[in-house]
Design a protein around this ligand. Structure first.
Ligand SMILES: [Zn+2]
Length: 339
């Protein structure tokens, strides 16, 4: 809040003897109403030019405060020595006409702001704010009294609170910065590596695989083979094969040098051993699908299926449904190998 500085319209020292003869240390403010309809500068000007001792320090209207006497000299406004000898006389303007009530109320508010400021700066208490009526049987400050003197003192008190209020900073707990662990991207294969793979993708982001085709296919097992020519870390299918033949991912790749007809992760079919194995399989068994198998209904199977392990979730006769939540495809039990 900006400090209020009254407009300086002080009487000259040649008027001190008449208007404010004594040096004082003020210990109270005496409040008056002008019972007039003039602005503050007019009230001060009139006070200064009238030939009698009548004087006051400040006139307050709805917009400004004008000062006519030094605050360290006494004035003549309270009709009694006890009210004049150590006080600051303050007149609130526009008190006479009902039509000026808004101006008067604004002038009261401005007066309260200045009084509060003065009280804070001089460590005063509210008992040092007095009314003309306290010193002389005159109904002054008339409109302030009519509206309520306690109300006026309360306005000052509220201003003191407003002007001295220091907001308590709300402690803000520092927000811990918790690093989000980021799993390092580990590329298991590199550019230049010759790999074999069970399925391909049309892009590094695609989730729909298709059997390898074209020149890199190794026909005997439906596997692809090619050289990694570019790597896109962090993608679904990070390895570009043969500069654009297709994309593949780690799940389908076998390292260079492995025999595509006998993939390292897929045991070769061993029909002769199938019967005893079948006996051990049941719901919950982990199995692989024998390379080259068809589905239970005779449908062809994507090559990648042969490279992974599945759980038998349903088994009825020789019909086994694998991995209901994933693959969810039925095979003949004779086409399954313990995983
Ligand atoms: Zn008065």
């Amino acid at each position: 809040m900006e400090r209020i500085v009254p407009i300086n319209a002080l009487v000259g020292p040649d008027k001190y003897a008449l208007k404010c003869p004594n040096v004082i240390v003020p210990d109270m403010i005496v409040v008056h109403n002008t019972a007039n309809n003039a602005p503050a500068e007019n009230e001060i000007a009139y006070m200064k030019r009238r030939p009698d001792p009548t004087s006051f320090h400040l006139a307050v209207d709805h917009q400004k405060i004008v000062q006519g006497l030094p605050l360290n000299r006494n004035g003549h406004h309270a009709s009694a020595t006890s009210g004049n000898e150590s006080s600051i006389g303050l007149e609130i303007c526009y008190s006479i006409n009902d039509a000026d009530i808004d101006k008067f109320m604004a002038a009261e508010r401005l007066a309260c702001k200045w009084i509060a400021q003065y009280m804070i700066e001089h460590n005063w208490d509210i008992g040092q704010i007095r009314k003309h009526q306290d010193f002389y049987p005159k109904y002054c400050p008339h409109r302030t009294l009519t509206l309520g003197w306690i109300r006026f003192l309360n306005m000052i008190s509220a201003e003191i609170i407003a002007q001295t209020y220091v907001p308590t900073p709300v402690p803000v707990a520092p927000v811990p910065v918790i690093p989000i662990p980021v799993a390092p991207i580990v590329m298991r294969h590199n550019v230049g590596e010759l790999v074999t793979f069970g399925s391909c993708y049309k892009s590094s982001t695609s989730k729909v695989g298709f059997p390898p085709n074209g020149e890199a296919v190794v026909p005997s097992v439906g596997m692809g083979r090619g050289t990694i020519t570019k790597v896109y870390p962090g993608t679904n299918n990070p390895y570009l094969i043969n500069n654009g033949q297709c994309f593949v991912n780690d799940g389908d790749i076998r390292p260079a040098g492995s025999n595509p007809t006998r993939p390292a992760t897929t045991p070769a079919p061993q029909p002769a051993q199938a019967p005893p194995i079948q006996i051990r399989l049941g719901v919950g068994s982990i199995v692989r699908v024998r390379v080259g198998s068809k589905t239970y209904k005779g449908g062809s199977v994507a090559a990648f299926v042969f490279t992974k392990k599945y759980r038998i979730d349903e088994l009825k006769g020789d019909r086994a449904v694998l991995d209901v939540k994933g693959l969810c495809t039925a095979f003949r039990i004779s086409d399954l190998i313990p995983g």
